[in-house]
Design a protein around this ligand. Structure first.
Ligand SMILES: NC(=O)c1ccc[n+]([C@@H]2O[C@H](COP(=O)([O-])OP(=O)(O)OC[C@H]3O[C@@H](n4cnc5c(N)ncnc54)[C@H](O)[C@@H]3O)[C@@H](O)[C@H]2O)c1
Length: 318
């Protein structure tokens, strides 16, 4: 019998899959404080993981732990050195969430371009068409988007951008030109050049020491005045203070953020009062469809791991 800790509850579909399998028992752990995880995790062979942190202090007590199954694809909340040293396998939901994130990017691009929040507000307060001339709106048609990071989500996004007849440039030094061209994109080698020319920027790289502060004031200040910047990847890839400054100085048109340097975001974070930013609470994957897919893939990965039939694309290579 394998014992699975569900760290933070997941959609019922994934839970039901475990219930149906007699070789597995599970507990849902809602208190994700370091103190509680140190206390409750040692008896488990496997765990699922959403956004809580699994550090060395917690995992050094988990002598039975063989596999961590991330509910998602990012894994900057796991101490990778520790799991590598201790032969713990890390799995991700590789096929479950790209579409939901790509759709969230399109939603943000459209909402900001159409000044949706402002118009909605104006209609509600009785200013029907009164301020129309002072509120700018933009079209996606014929505009250039720069997608930084051409993995699962970047590749899902390009298909949607093509539907809007956008020109797509890709910056990803690790993906070859031919693959990008097959998707109808154009590979660029120089990020600064790409930023200067694009109307939309969307980030789809992991947060690493190389991508931390990848987009800062020095880069933002060379972008077009009508440029819109979207970050659904990880907080910190765009420097938040620099973004706020660039928006306040009218250097760019707007920004959409689903992810933040600190989550939940602090109440006094100046981003919260900046009307040029569209915010969402790390919810790009929260569609009904995606919640079900992610939860099913998360628990199926654990079952497949112990049955020795795990799909290699789900395993993080360390
Ligand atoms: N907002 C959300 O809810 C949400 C959901 C899923 C994923 N994410 C984030 O999105 C990121 C991308 O997800 P994915 O599934 O597309 O990942 P992926 O691993 O399939 O793709 C990442 C791509 O980034 C490229 N890359 C790495 N470093 C780079 C660099 N310095 N410059 C340019 N390209 C670089 C890689 O070559 C790869 O093609 C994840 O790391 C995760 O943090 C967020």
């Amino acid at each position: 019998m394998h014992k699975v800790a569900i760290i933070e509850n997941i959609h019922q579909d994934g839970i039901d899959l475990l219930k149906e399998n007699p070789d597995f028992e599970f507990e849902i752990i809602e208190d994700t404080s370091e103190e509680n995880l140190i206390k409750v995790l040692p008896k488990f062979d496997a765990c699922t993981l959403r956004v809580s942190k699994l550090n060395e202090k917690i995992m050094s007590n988990c002598k039975n732990l063989k596999v961590i199954s991330r509910h998602g694809v990012g894994y900057d909340n796991v101490d990778l050195n520790y799991i590598k040293k201790n032969n713990i396998t890390l799995l991700i939901t590789a096929t479950a969430n790209a579409v939901a994130v790509a759709e969230h990017v399109i939603y943000m691009m459209l909402s900001i371009s159409k000044s949706n929040n402002q118009f909605d507000q104006e209609v509600r307060i009785g200013n029907f068409k009164k301020n129309v001339s002072s509120i700018e709106t933009l079209e996606l048609f014929n505009k250039e988007i720069l997608i930084v990071g051409f993995g699962r989500i970047g590749q899902s996004l390009i298909k949607r951008c093509k539907g809007f007849e956008m020109k797509v440039k890709i910056y990803d030094p690790f993906i070859n030109k031919k693959i990008i061209e097959e998707f109808g994109g154009q590979k660029i080698e120089n990020l600064e050049e790409g930023l200067k020319n694009c109307d939309y920027l969307s980030l789809h790289v992991p947060l690493t020491k190389d991508t931390k502060n990848l987009i800062d004031y020095s880069k933002l200040k060379n972008m077009k005045r009508e440029a819109i910047v979207i970050n659904t990847a990880r907080g910190g890839i765009i420097n938040e203070d620099d973004l706020n400054k660039a928006l306040n100085e009218n250097i760019i048109f707007g920004a959409g953020l689903d992810v933040f340097e600190k989550e939940p975001i602090d109440k006094n974070n100046p981003l919260l009062s900046n009307k040029k930013i569209l915010l969402s609470p790390h919810s790009a994957t929260f569609t009904n469809e995606c919640k079900s897919r992610m939860s099913l893939e998360t628990t199926k990965n654990i079952i497949d791991f112990f049955d020795n039939k795990i799909d290699k694309s789900m395993i993080v290579k360390l």
